[in-house]
Design a protein around this ligand. Structure first.
Ligand SMILES: Nc1ncnc2c1ncn2[C@@H]1O[C@H](COP(=O)(O)OP(=O)(O)OP(=O)(O)O)[C@@H](O)[C@H]1O
Length: 245
């Protein structure tokens, strides 16, 4: 499984007006791995993720997913800030993709949502709460439960630990790792969190100048001589984590 690309991207160009954001980008995401994507703020990480999930058009290039047809693809997406529907309870948010994609009885919908709540470390009672009643960490967990609603084979995470304190961020990383080990999905994760890169990513890809400047295990990316990669991984914050020595 590990050698099958879950996502195969070649020569991808995405831009807005005159501005080119992704400039002939190549990337393979291996089946079953957790790939962490880092890059400068405004460098195009979210644009890449939104293009992969079909929310932005590409100018040119090729994006192929493992699996034979659109019907066989099961994706989950966790957007930055969770992006829950504020008028729906946590449980209704989790049920939303199920209602869109399958005709299930109300009893079964509740059972599935309760199982997903438990999976992400929340209770049935939490399912009755509205997003305004949830802490930042709980919001991320509900958003993750919603992303898991359709039992995805591919999970897209956009800065899953942003806005969380270090303890909550560490717990969320551990949750993703545990779910990944158990459910064996592929993860494409945009992150600024150096701890997450160290703790849960199998490989790291660095986006710079609209392309993947370095990719591989964190230890090999650290050795890249690309100027942005050097600055990112050998800066003061990285040094504090013992990276880039
Ligand atoms: N819909 C859009 N229309 C026009 N420009 C856009 C659009 N979406 C993103 N951009 C531009 O594309 C560039 C890349 O944005 P993107 O959100 O992908 O950056 P990022 O790497 O995710 O940054 P950050 O780490 O700060 O979240 C930015 O210059 C942004 O202004």
């Amino acid at each position: 499984m590990a050698d099958t690309p879950a996502i195969h991207i070649r020569d991808l160009v995405v831009g807005f007006g005159e501005k080119i954001i992704l400039d002939h980008l190549d990337l393979d995401v291996n089946g079953g791995e957790i790939l962490g994507l880092v890059g400068a703020s405004g460098g195009g990480k979210s644009v890449l993720m939104r293009t992969l999930v079909g929310l932005l058009p590409k100018r040119s290039g090729q994006i192929d997913f493992a699996g034979d047809s659109d019907d066989e693809r099961r994706w989950g997406v966790l957007f930055q800030q969770g992006a829950l529907f504020s008028a729906l309870t946590a449980r209704q948010n989790i049920q939303f993709p199920l209602r869109e994609c399958a005709r299930l009885s109300p009893v079964l919908l509740d059972e599935i949502a309760n199982a997903k709540l438990e999976m992400v470390g929340l209770t049935r009672e939490d399912g009755d709460k509205y997003p305004s009643e949830l802490s930042g960490g709980m919001t991320k967990r509900v958003a993750l439960a919603r992303a898991l609603a359709l039992d995805p084979s591919l999970l897209f995470l956009d800065e899953p630990t942003s806005g969380l304190d270090p303890i909550a961020a560490g717990e969320f990383d551990a949750l993703i790792r545990t779910l990944h080990r158990t459910l064996r999905f592929t993860v494409f994760m945009v992150t600024h969190d150096l701890n997450s890169l160290q703790a849960i990513c199998d490989r790291v890809a660095a986006l710079a100048d609209g392309r993947i400047a370095a990719i591989g295990r964190l230890s090999s990316v650290l050795k890249s001589d690309h100027p942005w990669v050097q600055a990112y991984f050998h800066g003061a914050r990285a040094q504090k984590l013992g990276l880039g020595n």
